[in-house]
Design a protein around this ligand. Structure first.
Ligand code: ADP
Ligand code: MG
Length: 237
């Protein structure tokens, strides 16, 4: 037998472990945050900076989990035929409350029958990281439009915001681990998104104009109808 695990096997173990750790760690973080705030209220004013620091660090840990591990599930290795408009509907349901909190209009428009191969949880994680960035980039009269169409044998999803936009050098650094221009940023969101899209054989590109907005364009190979019925019936492959 072989003592040494293959690299892919190791990665699988790490991602399974990460998923359960993320789930288990988020709750105690929230509880601790609550008690810290309670104590801060009862404590001497001179201690306030320490409570603020501690709360900020807890928020940072939560943000890392959100950007990195929210939908990492053990079954995330499974790939199936996805109906894009259905997937986008689920993402819309999750993101609408957050958009409301940011006072931003979030609009989804999708052709009804767009099929491609992918993993639903991973796809969610990828899009939530992109949409969250748009939400964080928009100010008053914020507007984000997510559109999905078929184009040249690909499904094309555009996430367009009217936010602060980016400089050329900023665009070049997207996806680099820990690159962030935000006070509370992790710089992990897009790294995770890029990786997921790559694994699903897709591409992502950004167009942005400073002070006008940003558009993320994501493409996946369109599944043919035959491929579709094969995957659905479990035949083929
Ligand atoms: P984080 O959001 O934690 O900063 P990300 O990897 O999600 O990390 O994004 C990295 C950086 O890319 C952001 O800090 C921001 O500067 C820039 N960025 C990403 N999306 C947008 C967007 N829609 N509008 C403006 N800037 C963006
Ligand atoms: Mg982000």
């Amino acid at each position: 037998y072989n003592h040494r695990l293959e690299r892919t096997e190791k990665l699988k173990i790490i991602s399974d472990l990460a998923a359960s750790v993320a789930h288990e760690v988020r709750n105690p973080l929230q509880v601790t945050r609550g008690f810290l705030q309670l104590l801060a209220g009862k404590s001497d004013e001179k201690n306030k900076p320490f409570f603020d620091l501690a709360t900020n660090e807890l928020d940072r840990a939560s943000a890392i989990i959100t950007d990195f591990l929210t939908f990492a599930k053990p079954e995330m290795e499974t790939v199936s035929l996805l109906n894009l408009s259905e997937e986008l509907r689920k993402i819309e349901t999750m993101m609408t409350p957050l958009a409301a909190m940011h006072d931003t209009e979030l609009l989804f428009i999708s052709e009804p029958e767009l099929y491609f191969q992918g993993n639903s949880s991973k796809l969610k994680q990828a899009f939530i990281n992109v949409i969250k960035n748009s939400l964080e980039a928009t100010g008053t009269n914020g507007r984000i439009e997510v559109t999905a169409i078929a184009e040249n044998n690909e499904v094309v999803i555009r996430v367009k915001d009217n936010g602060e936009g980016m400089e050329e050098e900023q665009i070049a650094k997207l996806g680099v681990p820990f690159f962030s221009t935000k006070a509370k940023g992790t710089g992990l969101g897009l790294m995770v998104t890029f990786r997921i899209i790559e694994v699903m054989k897709g591409t992502i590109e950004f167009r942005s104009v400073k002070k006008q907005g940003t558009e993320a364009i994501i493409r996946f190979p369109l599944a043919s109808t035959e491929e579709g019925s094969g995957a659905l019936s479990g035949a083929g492959a």
